[in-house]
Ligand binder design. Structure first.
Ligand SMILES: Cc1cc2nc3c(=O)[nH]c(=O)nc-3n(C[C@H](O)[C@H](O)[C@H](O)COP(=O)(O)O)c2cc1C
Length: 184
């Protein structure tokens, strides 16, 4: 049986992103039923309905990749107590044109992180709210807020063992959640 195609949205565009480091660390922690690959969002023109007739190539690529995904993982920082703009734009782009929402019915896991003590809790709720609007089923529990993110990596940039175990358990819960939505 082929593994599920799990697309990972990294909610920060900067090169040294902690979100990217977490997303990279998820790959070896995922159960065999899941094959993780990045869903790139950094090159998408801002959503503008006037562009639909010419369909920018990055929009087409994103829509095709979302349609081909069995499940989704969002690894995001919190920006001003909300969803990063690049992520919101990606959600908007693949939700259009009307009647062709590419996200509909897919299961998703939302992981937020921040340098502060709250782990991006408000950003997580904002992201889940937006995903609910496009009929994505986000894993309700466990919630994943990684606080004081810089302290969760060792000197060589590896996630600390406790956090690896935490995320391995989260991915196992996500596998159970996905099985409700993905036909085998
Ligand atoms: C525009 C902007 C807004 C931010 N707003 C918040 C915030 O509301 N709450 C918070 O805890 N951190 C906030 N931060 C800090 C980031 O969430 C934090 O630095 C995060 O680890 C960055 O993720 P990255 O390394 O993947 O880019 C903000 C950062 C930026 C750039």
């Amino acid at each position: 049986m082929n593994p599920w195609r799990v697309s990972v949205v990294i909610g920060s565009l900067r090169r040294e992103s902690m979100s990217r480091r977490i997303a990279d660390a998820l790959v070896p922690l995922a159960p065999p039923a899941m094959a993780l690959q990045e869903l790139a969002i950094g090159d998408l023109p801002l959503y503008n309905g006037d562009l639909e007739p010419e369909l920018p190539a990055p929009w087409r690529r994103l829509r095709d990749a979302v349609r081909a995904s069995d499940a989704l993982i969002f690894v995001c920082p919190e920006y001003n107590r909300s969803i990063p703009g690049a992520v919101k734009n990606a959600v908007d782009v693949a939700s259009k044109p009307t009647g062709q929402n590419c996200w509909a019915g897919k299961p998703a896991l939302v992981i937020t992180q921040s340098t502060g003590p709250l782990g991006g809790l408000a950003g997580s709720y904002a992201t889940k709210q937006v995903l609910a609007a496009v009929n994505v089923a986000t894993l309700p529990l466990p919630e994943v807020y990684l606080s004081r993110i810089a302290t969760l990596f060792d000197g060589e940039g590896r996630l600390l063992p406790d956090t690896q175990e935490h995320l391995r358990d989260v991915l196992a819960s996500f596998e159970t959640w996905c099985a409700r939505f993905i036909a085998r």
